[in-house]
Structures are given as structure tokens and as C-alpha cells.
Design a protein around this ligand. Structure first.
Ligand SMILES: [Cu+2]
Length: 559
């Protein structure tokens, strides 16, 4: 078991090396096999120091073991290996590789098999690569220590802890603070943009054009006019403000407040104020890129504080003088000497705030059908009971959602309760935790395939889980069953952006209206292998819909 575990570990490290790059020449490997082996350990990207150390020790153990075997039985000589060169040292590296290659071949076989569902290595290299990467150091340890049968469950348990730190190697679904990059940050506020989904995993190709961003503005703050090369759907998670959209012959001022959903079309210049005297304004945004898939650019004309932050600065002075029909001095006054503080976010005075807020204006507007934001609390919740409620907005309620193909939902899960299991038919949902603490669990066939689950005539699923806290982002692909659970101390509020929402439905898998409740008796008997009335008794026991009392947990389930 011990040796097997070590083989797995060193193997996994070698696989990682092979996947990254083959930088060490074969010639050197024959001269100094242990050295090369160690060098490779050192080059493992992402390996921790102790893992590298363990890898190196494994190199030495192989070396010693090989020498011992050679001494004892002279069995270790490699066929076809020349006698010259490095004497006793030559060949043991080949032995290491022989073991490794054998296992590597088995893995390749498994990964070919597991990626067949996604059309194999050729057409889906990412599946193959990710599959191979499962044999990373972490996985090697688990495999060595856990034993095959319990691995899946073990991983699930471990993942709960590890995901909280965003550490698990093969989990692409959870995003934490460090997956965001601050753009346009200043003391008065920030826009933080989540990494590209497709940079994280090829599993997200279907939502590659979408990005997530969080805007926070301090009280009484003005966000200078700017436009993005992306359609933007924003949700007011906290606070209140006024947003102004600019067209050449019109301006729309809209007061926005918590619960509002609002779309800003791509290229439309907008400015924003947080009107509140002491509350932050927090907007959760989905951006749908339109020029380069998944890439976002902001365009700021003036006001960001230094000349480089203005797109006008890219033009030559002569061009600008001619365009504005002004002399050099006036040009400097306009664009050259910006005395105000740096950044997109400016502290505004009470008078300025008062002047710009409260007067909603909307004239003829060529973009979008709606006349303003849509408040998610306007409709009754689509599901509501003691354990939580769900508000939903789709393009039938708010036609502006149609272009961007996003539906919106807001889960409020009562403390100690849970939502689901349920799944969405078409949307991949980006959940952003707005408030509270909890956890989620999801069944994922992809990860099961990648970790070498049973590839057979029946599918298998890996449990993906993670703690949830304010700011955590979780992506749930279409068809994947999920449960979200609130801690015992606090309600859990989760914003859901349903991407590719056209004709989406969600189906509960337990409780009232669950998908099994529509089965015919014969289908039940055939599926479960017991009489239908017995099945009915079980599946009808839970009579609540979607939101249920949570499981009894001992100790601190949510750290
Ligand atoms: Cu999956």
C-alpha cells in the first residue's frame, strides 16, 4: 500500500511534468538519472515544498532499490542498454520510467475512456488533460491513503473543508475572493471582475462569453461616465443609487434600490451615484462580452485622474484640437491637467447628490424595451414556505433580459434550512452569495469521470461541495443537481444569474412536485424494483416544495 501510494505520488508528479513541458533531455537523464528525477520534482508547477521533497526522496528510494536489486540478482539490467557511460547508475531511471510508463499507459487508457462521452482526446483535449491532472500530488496522496472504494466519499468530505479555502485542485466550480481582480479601484469604491470561466476550466465553454463583476461604491460617491464592450445586467444587492445612461439626444436617470435588476446595453455610456449618506452601494453584475469572447474592456473619456486613463489621450493633440476646434491651451485645460483625485470613484457633495438623484428622466430611448429597473420583489415569490423563498425574474417579466439571455433568481434560505435538490434544464447558473453562511453540494459526472470513477455501463457522480459565505461564487452547470443549505445561525441569501436562460425550467428532485411524482406506476416499479405504492409512500412523505428543514448537524458544520 505504502509503495503503491508512493508510485502514485511520483507518478502523478511525473505526469504533471510531462503535461507542462519536457524540458530535460534524454541524454542527461541517462547520465544522471537521480539528478534529473529530482530536477523534475523541482519543476512541478503548483507542488508544495514538502511534496517536492517527497518526490525527490522517492527518486532516491527508486535509485537505491534498483541498485539493491541489481546487486542481489543482477536482474535489473535493461535490455538494449549500453554498458558505457554512467556505470551502475544507468538504467535505473528507465526502471522508474518503466513503472511510471506502465501506470501512465493505464491512465491514458482510462482517460481516453472517460472522455469518450465528450468525443475523446482529439476533440476534447481539455477533458483528457484534466483527467490526467487528477493524478496530481493531492490525488496521489488520497489514492495512497484512502483506498479506492471510499475515495469518492472521502473526497466529498475533504472538499467541504478544502473548498472553503478554494484549494481543491480539481474543483473548477467555486470562486473566492482571490479569483477576482480589482479594476478601477480607489478609496471610494471598486469594480472587481471574476476571472474568465474558460481560464478556469474548459467545462465552461458554454458560458465563455459571460463574466461576473462586483461594484462597490462608498456612500455619496460618483462613478464617472464610462462604457464597456459588454452588455451588462446588474442586480442591486445593497444600497440605493441613481444610474444615468447617456445617448446623444437623451439621458435616462433611474433611481435604483436593493432588489432591482437593470440592464445597461454594451457601449452605452453611464454614470452612477451612491446616494446614501452612510450605506454602501453594491451591484452584482453579469457582463456578456460582444467583441472578444470573455474579454472585457472599459472605456473612459475623462476624469480618471491621469491623462493615460483617458481614451482621448491615445489621439494626437492636433487631431483633438481639430476635432474639438480648440487651441492647445484649451485642450490642456480639458484633458491635460485633471486636478481631481485619481480613479473612477469620486466623493460627491450632498448638493451634487441631491441635484442628480430623485429626478427620473426618460425620453425616447432606442435601447431595450423597458422603461427602467425591475424590482425582484415586485412579483410574489415563485416558491415560499417556512424554510425559505425564491424570487425569479425572466424575460417575460423584464423583456430587457431577452438580449442578454440571462434569467435572474434570488434564494432566501431560512437559517437551518435548505433548498433542493433541484436542477436547471438549460441554464448554467452563477450563484453569488449575497449574505449569510452555508454550504452547497452538487453531483458532477465530469469530475467523476476525471477522477477515474467507474467507467462502465452506468454513470457515476462526484460530490462537489463547498462552504458558502458572502462573496462566494459558485457555477452550477445545466442538468447538475444541487442543494444549498443555510447555517443554523443566519439566513442564506443567494443571487442566481441563469445564463443561456432561454426556455429554462428548474425541477425539484425531492418534495412536492418532484420529477418522480409524474411517473407512471409501472415506471416506478421497473425503476425502483419495488411496488409503486411503496415508492409513492416514500416520495410523498416530504410535502414541502423546494425549501426543507435542513439536516441535523453536530458541532460546527459551518466554520
Ligand atoms: Cu459536472
Amino acid at each position: 500500500m505504502e509503495v503503491k501510494g508512493k508510485i502514485c505520488l511520483v507518478l502523478s508528479l511525473f505526469v504533471a511534468v510531462c503535461l507542462v513541458s519536457a524540458t530535460v533531455s534524454l541524454a542527461r537523464s541517462e547520465r544522471d538519472p537521480v539528478g534529473v528525477c529530482k530536477l523534475k520534482c523541482e519543476e512541478i508547477r503548483g507542488a508544495k515544498q514538502d511534496e517536492k521533497q517527497e518526490c525527490k526522496q522517492t527518486c532516491e528510494r527508486y535509485h537505491q532499490d534498483k541498485q539493491r536489486r541489481e546487486r542481489e540478482g543482477g536482474q535489473g539490467k535493461e535490455r538494449g542498454h549500453t554498458g558505457g557511460g554512467s556505470g551502475a547508475g544507468s538504467g535505473q531511471y528507465n526502471i522508474v520510467f518503466a513503472d511510471i510508463e506502465r501506470e501512465l499507459r493505464e491512465m491514458v487508457g482510462k482517460c481516453h475512456q472517460s472522455c469518450q462521452g465528450s468525443k475523446g482526446e482529439q476533440e476534447n483535449p481539455e477533458c483528457f488533460r484534466t483527467c490526467m491532472e487528477q493524478y496530481s500530488p493531492e490525488q496521489g496522496k488520497r489514492r495512497g491513503g484512502g483506498g479506492g472504494d471510499t475515495r469518492s466519499r472521502q473526497m466529498g468530505r475533504q472538499s467541504g473543508r478544502e473548498f472553503g479555502k478554494g484549494q481543491q485542485l480539481n474543483n473548477p466550480y467555486v470562486f473566492e475572493d482571490h479569483h477576482f481582480t480589482a479594476r478601477l479601484e480607489s478609496e471610494q469604491g471598486s469594480v472587481r471582475v471574476l476571472q474568465k470561466f474558460t481560464d478556469r476550466s474548459e467545462l465552461f465553454q458554454g458560458i465563455g462569453k459571460y463574466r461576473v463583476a462586483i461594484l462597490e461604491a462608498e456612500p455619496q460617491t460618483f462613478v464617472i461616465p464610462n462604457h464597456w464592450d459588454a452588455d451588462s445586467l446588474l442586480f442591486v444587492a445593497k444600497g440605493e443609487g441613481t444610474i444615468s445612461l447617456i445617448n446623444t439626444d437623451s439621458r435616462q436617470n433611474h433611481n435604483i434600490k436593493r432588489g432591482d435588476v437593470f440592464r445597461v446595453p454594451a457601449g452605452i455610456s453611464a454614470y452612477l451615484i451612491n446616494r446614501h449618506a452612510n450605506e454602501k452601494l453594491v451591484l452584482a453584475k453579469i457582463l456578456h462580452s460582444i467583441s472578444v469572447p470573455g474579454e472585457l474592456q472599459t472605456f473612459v473619456g475623462v476624469g480618471a485622474g491621469n491623462p493615460e486613463s483617458s481614451f482621448f489621450n491615445a489621439f494626437s493633440n492636433e487631431i483633438l484640437q481639430a476635432a474639438f476646434d480648440i487651441d492647445r491651451e484649451s485642450l490642456e485645460t480639458l484633458f491635460g491637467q485633471q486636478k481631481q483625485e485619481q480613479g473612477m470613484f469620486k466623493k460627491a457633495t450632498e448638493e451634487q447628490i441631491r441635484a442628480m438623484s430623485g429626478k427620473e428622466e426618460s425620453r425616447t430611448w432606442p435601447f431595450g424595451e423597458s422603461k427602467g429597473p425591475y424590482n425582484i420583489y415586485k412579483n410574489k415569490p415563485s416558491v415560499q414556505n417556512d424554510y425559505g423563498n425564491l424570487h425569479e425574474v425572466d424575460s417575460n417579466d423584464y423583456p430587457d433580459l431577452r438580449d442578454i439571455n440571462v434569467a435572474f433568481s434570488l434564494f432566501n434560505i431560512t437559517q437551518g434550512s435548505m433548498a433542493g435538490p433541484f436542477y436547471n434544464t438549460k441554464t448554467t447558473t452563477v450563484f453569488v452569495v449575497a449574505d449569510g453562511v452555508g454550504q452547497f453540494e452538487m453531483a458532477c459526472p465530469h469530475l467523476s469521470e476525471q477522477t477515474g470513477g467507474v467507467i462502465d455501463t452506468v454513470p457515476s457522480y462526484e460530490k462537489v461541495s463547498s462552504q458558502l459565505r458572502r462573496g462566494t461564487v459558485v457555477v452550477i452547470p445545466a442538468g447538475h443537481p444541487i442543494v444549498m443549505e443555510a447555517s443554523g445561525e443566519q439566513n442564506l441569501e443567494v443571487i442566481g444569474f441563469g445564463l443561456n436562460s432561454d426556455q429554462n425550467e428548474w425541477f425539484p428532485l425531492a418534495g412536492r412536485d418532484n420529477v418522480m411524482s409524474q411517473w407512471e406506476d409501472e415506471a416506478m416499479e421497473l425503476t425502483f424494483g419495488v411496488p409503486a405504492n411503496e415508492v409513492q409512500k416514500v416520495i410523498q412523505k416530504q410535502n414541502k416544495k423546494l425549501f426543507f428543514k435542513g439536516p441535523v448537524r453536530r458541532g460546527r458544520a459551518f466554520a
